[in-house]
Design a protein around this ligand. Structure first.
Ligand SMILES: Cc1cc2nc3c(=O)[nH]c(=O)nc-3n(C[C@H](O)[C@H](O)[C@H](O)COP(=O)(O)OP(=O)(O)OC[C@H]3O[C@@H](n4cnc5c(N)ncnc54)[C@H](O)[C@@H]3O)c2cc1C
Ligand code: SF4
Length: 472
């Protein structure tokens, strides 16, 4: 514990954002890092409580009090080593993790949580800047070949862990660059993509071979890979979006969020040109259906493209302003949260059900909605019409895409349509085939994908070598 009385003397102070009027002019990150001194001061608030609930609140079990202490004592390099012992990519989570660790911080019970995510981000950003993060090239070669299918955070974490054990890793990706939803879903203003490129370069030096534009199940027969490799790991994500099959769904102007977001990311990285953009929010009244992360990303992207207005509809009732910590702590509480994108000027409506899309000449002109009560029953005479030229469906993802890869493998799925495997050995019903990330657990978070990538690596190493030193 760095400073015994830190939590008594110092108030929580977190990173601020650039003003909305400035940040919506471009797609760059807008979070302003704390100074080194301020970060140390915030680390001093950690009480190093006897049972650090933050360890279990964090899906990768980051050893938060340890690195808070190291930061307070200016031992940033050791803090980086400690952080990387549990998390392969803290610069991703330090930017886009919702930080369940902070909900479970003991200080959060009676005060405000330690700024854990901000400190995590400061450690890893400094480590990169100082050149402390180097490829960890294995001195031994096991002679085992592993194919990983899908280069999202789960596939990347698994690949890095296994390459460092001396296995030969081929990472197959259907897109033209690595990162999965980190690259094509999450907008640049939340996480710039050079951060992924830097990790890819590190992993290439560590011996991971990336194969892009290879849609396994279509471009490459999965059964050929099965013959060629000692183990296969499926990390293809959960890409089947939830639809809203109501009258007017086929009107021009009604799209899935993931038909809208990736093209902006591709334009930002010059992967495609502005002329190749298929959907734009410019000059339009936009309605986003769905209140989660994806919905927020649609809002921020629409504002940056020049939308006239953005309205977000949520079917669930408005959550309470703050939680009853005595009842919810150390768990993730349901409460009103306002994302940076929502704060850029979106109108938010709760308890709203969309009954039909309205159109003229085949084009969307509005939405026909009703209000619903707590049990989602329609309230009589509560019809509302909302003007819209673009409606984005951001209601989550139901399961992985079954056609192609999974159907060719004839692999066992669970009741939800995800690939069936437990979170101990991550084995599917097929010999030598493993699964991790959203493809196994369903739509989730980057930090959970990293956890599963690390744990599947542990299981695969043990399967191939009979034992493993990789952490779980
Ligand atoms: C718009 C959006 C915003 C989000 N924002 C956040 C956030 O702020 N914070 C957070 O923690 N989480 C967020 N999430 C969730 C998070 O991105 C995912 O939970 C996480 O990326 C899952 O990682 P994964 O590796 O399992 O799968 P993915 O990231 O989906 O990666 C799967 C990869 O597999 C590839 N693939 C699939 N099938 C094949 C095949 N047959 N052959 C070759 N390649 C294949 C895909 O192209 C993709 O690259 C967001 C999700 C979305 C959609
Ligand atoms: S990865 Fe997420 S939950 Fe874990 S310490 Fe970082 S912000 Fe907290």
């Amino acid at each position: 514990m760095g400073k015994v009385t830190g939590f008594l003397e110092i108030d929580r102070y977190d990173r601020k954002y650039k003003p909305a009027s400035d940040r919506v002019r471009n797609f760059k990150e807008f979070v302003i890092p704390l100074s080194e001194e301020k970060t140390k001061e915030q680390a001093a608030r950690c009480m190093d409580c006897g049972i650090p609930f933050c360890h279990t609140g964090c899906p990768v079990n980051n050893q938060i009090p340890d690195w808070n202490d190291l930061v307070y004592n200016s031992n940033w390099q050791e803090a980086s080593l400690n952080l990387h012992s549990t998390n392969n990519f803290p610069e991703f989570t330090g930017r886009i993790c919702p930080a369940p660790c902070e909900a479970s911080c003991t200080l959060n019970l009676t005060d405000d949580a330690v700024t854990i995510k901000t400190i995590e981000c400061a450690i890893v950003d400094k480590a990169w800047k100082e050149g402390w993060i180097k490829p960890q090239i294995s001195q031994i070669k096991t002679g085992k070949n592993i194919a990983i299918i899908g280069s999202g955070p789960a596939g990347l974490a698994a690949a890095q862990q296994l390459a460092r054990q001396g296995h030969s890793i081929d990472l197959y990706e259907k897109n033209s660059t690595a990162g999965g939803l980190l690259r094509y879903g999450i907008p640049d203003f939340k996480m710039e993509k050079h951060l992924i490129d830097r990790r890819v370069a590190q992993m290439q030096e560590e011996g991971v071979t990336f194969h892009y534009n290879k849609n396994i199940g279509y471009d490459v027969d999965i059964n050929d890979l099965f013959q060629e490799y000692d183990a296969l790991i499926l990390t293809g994500g959960s890409e089947k979006p939830r639809d809203l099959p109501i009258p007017g769904r086929d009107l021009e102007g009604v799209h899935y969020a993931m038909d809208f977001l990736p093209s902006q990311n591709r334009i930002n990285s010059l992967e495609i040109s502005e002329d190749e953009r298929k959907i734009s929010a410019k000059g339009k009244n936009v309605v986003v259906i769905g209140g989660g992360d994806t919905g927020s990303d649609c809002i921020g992207t629409s504002f940056r493209q020049g939308a006239l207005s953005v309205t977000q509809l949520e079917i669930m009732p408005e959550p309470p302003e703050s939680e009853n910590k005595g009842l919810t702590w150390p768990h993730w509480p349901l409460k009103m949260r306002t994302s940076s994108s929502q704060a850029e000027g979106a109108k938010r409506d709760f308890s709203i059900l969309t009954e039909s899309f309205l159109g003229n000449d085949g084009k969307l002109t509005g939405l026909n909605c009703v209000e619903v009560d707590q049990s989602l029953k329609k309230i009589d005479n509560s019809n509302i019409q909302i003007k819209a030229d673009l409606a984005l469906l951001a209601m989550g993802f139901v399961h992985p895409i079954h056609e192609g890869l999974l159907s060719n493998l004839d692999i066992k799925l669970n009741q939800r349509g995800n690939v069936d495997a437990n979170d101990v050995d991550y084995k599917t019903n097929k010999e030598k085939i493993f699964v991790a990330g959203d493809m196994r657990r369903g739509q989730s978070l980057v930090v959970w994908a990293i956890r599963e990538g690390r744990q599947v690596a542990h299981s695969v190493d043990k399967y191939l070598m009979g034992k493993t030193k990789l952490p779980r």
